[in-house]
Ligand binder design. Sequence first.
Ligand code: CA
Length: 439
Amino acid sequence: MTRLNRTHAPELRSWVHGANGADSDFPIQNLPYAVFRRRGSDEAWRGGVAIGAQIVDLDALLRSGVIRSAESAALKLAAQSTLNAFMAAGTCAWSQLRLQLSDLLAENAPNQREVAGCLVDQAQAEFRVPAQIGDYTDFYTSIHHATTVGRQFRPDNPLLPNYQWIPIGYHGRASSVIVSGQDFRRPCGQTMPQGCDVPQFGPSRRLDYELELGAFVGPGNALGDAIGIDEAESQLFGLCLLNDWSARDLQGWEYQPLGPFLSKSFATTISPWIVSMEALAPFRVPFERPAGDPQPLAYLDSAFNRRLGAIDIELSVVIESAAMRTAGVPAAPLSRSNYRHAYWTLAQMLTHHSVNGCGLQPGDLMGTGTLSGPEPGSAGSLLELSQAGKAPITLAGGEQRSFLQDGDRVILRGWCERAGATRIGFGEASAQVLPARVL
Ligand code: CA
């Protein structure tokens, strides 16, 4: 999975117009997957792969016969209306199709005319959640987020004692995972404002975003079995951007003793594109613990995880308010972070999740938790940036924000770059807050 091959070669270029620019998220070294159709059509949903500003329509590619039927098993799975069967097929199938697509899209490839006939402009496409997600689990793997948020509630004891030993998580709600571009209503619920002794019911007044990555599970494990840390990497299909919208006032009242419930289950936005673990191979970095911190228990430790368990993914959040849209002001930056700061790796999350025999299934989604970095400007939520509303931030254009207002659009972006490799990106995860439904 993490071995480099000819699909990663930085000198590789595509014949597809616009795929070779230095700023493109989708050069030939990336080849992420989505499920799409032409916008406004009643075409069947099918798998697609991004190249430049185009999509390779995998169903059209299958029907074109460019890949001979004896070699098209992986393509057949990836062309379906959800990616679950392809995710279940495992690393050999994933690598086979990546190599086939890379060879077809590379400069000087044969069959360019046939493959060009399978391209759809991304601007003309609509997307949906690319897998039938059976279960969504959200983790809490940024120690910077956990410490900053913990300090707001427990100034003397911000980090709970289990944090450095267990990848903390909770079971989320799969039915409210939505794809980028789908707007959602501000949730209503119970809150207990300070100084009150009876809760109030109404629209959340402390709506927030959370900058996260999502990981899609591959083949998974049978109930009662466990995935060992050495197998965990081959169980990971790929990553997307994930915004775990959070109603902080609902959360503050409901979360004890069982954790978040309605404060999280109204919307979780993911990017349409899933970047494969193989595409991320050039950007793996060591998993490291600060000096003096406990080392993971043996079942969460491996030589590979120490050497290359983390991933260097640069992340950004920008906001566009209704006023900014009206005035034509570009979206304003909120924060910048990087996934390499996470306290637990994807392999550790997945291993811990299944160690009790919990079955993971193809297409299950795991959120990393809010990916705040060590600097104040790298906080992945408004709760942190505005110090729970005590220090509102000023946006470019002069508006202030403690929490999100109706009409605000939040856009997450992610990309990987380093010397000696071609930059790849995740596209974006974007959604707008609509006014609460009046009950
Ligand atoms: Ca979260």
